[in-house]
Design a protein around this ligand. Structure first.
Ligand code: MG
Length: 289
């Protein structure tokens, strides 16, 4: 099933999406329950009752988890071709160790960087003009846990969504830790909705990014260097995972700094991230005056 978080009549709602009729049926949740987005559905034996469907065009979609309870976990250099393009770009402060990581590189984005489908990616030229896109599959954790073994990991996955791991490359290079470069306001577009784990076959889905209609990234999720069970095992070894935690699994080759010269995002650009079985996340770039 596809679950959306959206605004309708000024209120945040969570509902089931029907892509065929292009409607969304809100769940009968209190405003407080709906505040956490699709996380309100996690851990229930049965889904809440639904209200009458509403045309999708009449709602404003939000990120499925509009304000995660804590930082979004992210994985660096998790596709071979991207690891090589990044190490060769001169911006990779981790490249001294090796081009292909021997263990997952984990960093995070602050919850306040999350923004919704259709919202602006805001460039502040006083801070950085070297802004890049990163199309990624994101995992939404259902059942929390510590010390989760690879073989059990998929039982902890509730669903999936799309994240654009927007990055200020100059800040990523300047500071050895990536948090500032990755956590700028509006640098975590998420959506357009979440899809339950049973609908997604990780062996066959592809991740694509198009900038102004031009295909830049295109890779199969099966090509991840560290697969999702490995990521969950690695993180949960000492960090207790919580329901609603989000893990962005890494981006394929084709980011802006993979080109020579680099192709950074500019005002007015339309960035579209597509993942088979989920949908498309679109955001337009705005530059502060
Ligand atoms: Mg990334």
């Amino acid at each position: 099933m596809k679950f959306a978080t959206f605004r309708l009549g000024g209120l945040r709602r969570v509902g089931v999406l029907d892509p065929v009729s292009e409607t969304v049926s809100p769940f009968d949740l209190t405003a407080a329950e709906a505040e956490v987005g699709v996380v309100a559905l996690i851990g229930r034996d049965t889904l809440p009752p639904r209200l009458d469907p509403v045309p999708l065009r009449d709602v404003t979609l939000e990120a499925p988890v509009p304000r995660p309870a804590r930082n979004v976990f992210c994985v660096g250099k998790n596709y071979h071709a991207h690891a090589l393009e990044f190490a060769g770009s001169g911006f990779d402060s981790s490249a001294a160790h090796s081009d292909i990581p021997k263990a997952p590189i984990i960093f995070s984005k602050v919850p306040e960087s999350v923004t919704g489908p259709g919202a602006a990616i805001v460039i502040d030229p006083a801070v950085s003009r070297a802004i890049d896109y990163e199309a990624e599959l994101a995992v939404i954790i259902g059942k929390g846990g510590r010390g989760i073994a690879r073989g059990d990991a998929m039982q902890h996955v509730w669903g999936y969504t799309i994240i654009n791991d927007v990055t200020a490359r100059d800040l990523q290079s300047r500071y050895s830790q990536w948090l500032i470069a990755k956590s700028q306001d509006s640098f975590c577009p998420m959506g357009p909705w979440a899809v339950s784990a049973d609908e997604i076959d990780l062996k066959t889905i592809w991740v694509r990014c198009l900038v102004n209609g031009e295909l830049r990234q295109n890779a199969c999720v099966a090509d991840l260097i560290f697969d999702i069970p490995t990521l969950i095992e690695t993180l949960s070894a000492g960090v207790t995972l919580q329901p609603g935690d989000i893990i962005a699994t890494g981006t394929p080759a084709g980011v802006g700094i993979g080109f020579s010269p680099a192709r950074y995002l500019a005002g007015g650009d339309l960035v579209r991230v597509e993942i088979d079985g989920i949908g498309a996340l679109e955001n337009t770039v705005t530059v502060l005056a």
